[in-house]
Design a protein around this ligand. Structure first.
Ligand code: G3P
Ligand code: CA
Length: 263
């Protein structure tokens, strides 16, 4: 019947732990990625920055200030210097109700460490952040994907930069790509834009705020995946699923898991 069908569809909604389960643990730490798995996230979302000595690290901002006790640009520090920093205490201070003593002193992980810890058959959703600041980051990402024999079927690479995605596509056409978009007002997309994106990407990741059913239907009917970010309440999750999205980014993978279970 209809209810069973709806349930089957919901089962396939991709649950992306945004910066890990970042509502519950400091974003982009191993603790946060662990929590994402525990709370039924399908993918671990990882934002990449690059150190002065060329290591890819998991961090959202180009600067250290918000998520560590350091200051200044990531690109001006070596990995060894960044490894001295505390990437957990800020979370305890900012979110006392979610704080845990074990978050104090957590380290910034490298992408290499994440691959080692979570393995080649995990599902990673990796964003090249500020590729203009870090020439060569796509090549280094691919080097590590190959070094750790990451299962490319389960890997997605995302970026706001179509340039960065096109570089990825040129270097390795087998990598699946998602074009991120940030809408500032009512989301609209033309058939020409969809066609252009389909030349290199298999999906679109828009901010969810300004989406509407027509947009969702248009993108999904074109054959592209549609993974809005960052959706943190169950009513909005349900609405987006009813409109037809194929997955979403959330700081609360447990809530999306509940919604998928019909709870
Ligand atoms: O990657 C999806 C979403 O995370 C994009 O925004 O700023 O959180 O990386 P941001
Ligand atoms: Ca991101």
């Amino acid at each position: 019947g209809g209810a069973a069908l709806a349930k089957d569809i919901h089962k396939d909604i991709v649950n992306v732990s945004h910066r890990g389960a970042s509502a519950y643990a400091p974003e982009h730490t191993i603790a946060s990625y662990d929590m994402g798995e525990k709370l039924h996230g399908d993918y671990i979302e990882i934002d990449l920055q690059m150190t002065k000595d060329g290591h890819l690290i998991a961090m959202h901002d180009v600067t250290l200030d918000r998520t560590t006790n350091g200051t200044g640009s990531v690109k001006d520090y070596t990995l060894n210097e960044i490894k001295q920093l505390d990437a957990g205490s800020w979370f305890n201070e900012k979110y006392p109700y979610a704080s845990k003593a074990e978050y104090e002193g957590l380290k910034v992980p490298t992408l290499e460490e994440v691959f080692k810890k979570f393995g080649k058959n995990n599902s990673y959703y990796i964003e090249t952040k500020s590729p203009d600041v870090y020439p060569g980051m796509e090549k280094e990402l691919l080097r590590l994907v190959d070094k750790y024999k990451i299962n490319k079927e389960k890997l997605l690479v995302q970026s706001f930069s179509s340039q960065s995605l096109k570089v990825m596509n040129e270097l390795d056409p087998s990598i699946k790509l998602v074009q991120l978009i940030s809408y500032k007002a009512n989301a609209e997309i033309t058939e020409a834009e969809i066609k252009e994106i389909k030349q290199y990407a298999m999906g679109i990741g828009p901010n969810h705020t300004y989406l509407n059913e027509e947009y969702v239907q248009k993108v999904v009917n074109s054959g592209l995946e549609l993974h809005p970010y960052t959706v943190n309440d169950k009513e909005r999750m349900k609405q987006l699923i009813n409109w037809g999205v194929t997955g979403m980014f959330t700081n609360h993978p447990d809530l999306l898991h509940d919604v998928k279970k019909g709870r």
